[in-house]
Design a protein around this ligand. Structure first.
Ligand code: NAD
Length: 379
């Protein structure tokens, strides 16, 4: 079985496969090819992949035609899918709810796909869970970026020239990214509060030494642990009560997501206007629509003196670690599915919960019911 790892687009500093993971795949008995220059953004020379036992290929088009399994990190454009062989397997983030045209291209060309966003959030699948590995690094990177952009110190400082009050950091949405944002802000000495619609989160927030803000809006969660989407009335109530907390905060970090839906709009222009000039908002949900009114995806803007950071790839700020984590996740998924006798991937075992959840397209069909329904609704 030939596995081909592609180079990511110019703007991406993460890589899909590190030499360490390439070596582990080779050790399983698999033939690994990588696109020439794949590690350039991390200063990983082609030679480091050769030393790991991979073949470095300059002709990507030919490699795509020949590969049984193609690895990518960011969702590719639909035209890329048409360069893959019918019956080959793509493993990548695919953003299937927001990119129906990509899912259609996979089905139409008969390319099978394992969608990294669909790996179940179970204890068993943790080592394959790229949403978590990348979100955790994103939460860290967002907080460090906010600390860099804010015009004051995060810790309290008692100096002969006077006492500096600690920065107040407010984290909205306490999933994997939010928890890491809280932990990082606490380590930097800030006074941290946090809010989430899932009440189970309160204990986790407190255990990190932060204050849990109660707004009287409880959303509950699905059996996968994801937040339920709030009604417009509930969101309005939430916004009214959040104004005061935002006004008192130096830094607001938003991470709220509802699986399979655009991000909820939580921070309004009125809340932004209530913050003191010089304060900072970091919107981690910018790539799925943004939690903040005024976020411009991919940009930093200043509104009435409040800086709104809407970068779309926070894990790329810590690209070395993020690549290593993603690469480990993909390796674990392949190792999990691999039949050690035939060295082929087992994709059709209905008892395998990890693969049956993650398999998005197979033999021309879209298997994930939620994605199919979204596509039908958008058609
Ligand atoms: P996510 O990225 O889907 O959402 C981030 C947070 O936003 C969530 O905590 C969600 O409740 C919150 N949110 C949504 N709407 C909101 C609103 N209107 N206001 C405020 N907050 C809002 O979450 P995630 O980090 O992907 O985690 C999803 C779930 O999966 C969590 O329950 C997490 O604990 C669970 N999880 C489990 C495992 C495991 O067991 N192995 C691993 C990772 C995550």
């Amino acid at each position: 079985m030939v596995i081909f790892a592609c180079k990511e687009p110019e703007w991406e500093s993460r890589v899909v496969l590190t030499p360490d993971s390439a070596a582990k795949l080779v050790k399983l008995g698999l033939q690994v090819q990588v696109e020439a220059g794949i590690g350039a953004s991390l200063f990983l020379p082609d030679e480091s992949y050769r030393a790991a036992g991979a073949e470095v290929v300059a002709d990507a088009a030919a490699a795509l035609e020949g590969a049984d399994v193609v690895l990518r990190l960011n969702p590719p454009p639909p035209y890329f899918i048409r360069s893959l062989r019918r019956g080959s397997l793509l493993i990548s983030f695919l953003d299937p709810f927001l990119k129906p045209e990509l899912v259609s291209a996979l089905a139409e060309t008969g390319v099978d796909s394992l969608c990294m966003e669909l790996v179940p959030r179970s204890t068993y699948a943790q080592k394959m869970d790229a949403l978590s590995s990348q979100a955790s690094l994103a939460g860290y990177a967002a907080t460090v970026l906010a600390a860099d952009r804010i015009d004051k110190s995060l810790p309290m400082m008692s100096t002969p020239a006077g006492t500096i009050q600690p920065a107040r950091v407010f984290v909205v949405g306490v999933g994997v990214a939010g928890l890491q944002a809280i932990a990082t802000a606490k380590r930097l000495g800030a006074r941290v509060s946090a809010y989430d619609t899932r009440p189970v989160v309160e204990e986790q927030v407190k255990s990190l030494g932060a204050r849990f803000v109660k707004l009287g809006v409880q959303g509950g969660q699905t059996d996968q642990g994801y937040a339920r989407e709030l009604t417009e009335e509930e969101l309005e109530l939430q916004r009214e009560q959040m104004l005061k907390v935002c006004a008192e905060s130096d830094i607001v970090i938003t991470t709220a997501q509802v699986f399979g839906r655009p991000a909820p709009r939580i921070i309004t222009a009125k809340m932004v206007a209530a913050m003191r000039p010089g304060s900072v908002i970091v919107d981690l949900a910018a790539s799925s629509g943004g939690n903040v009114e005024g976020t411009q995806p991919g940009k930093e803007t200043v509104v009435n003196g409040v800086r709104i950071v809407g970068l779309t790839s926070f894990p790329s700020l810590v690209a070395r670690d993020a690549s290593q984590m993603y690469s480990n996740n993909v390796f674990s998924l392949i190792e999990h599915a691999l039949d050690p006798e035939t060295l082929q991937l087992r994709l059709d075992d209905p008892a395998d919960e990890v693969i049956s959840s993650t398999l998005l397209t197979r033999n021309g069909a879209v298997l994930h019911e939620g994605v199919r329904k979204t596509m039908e609704a958008n058609a």
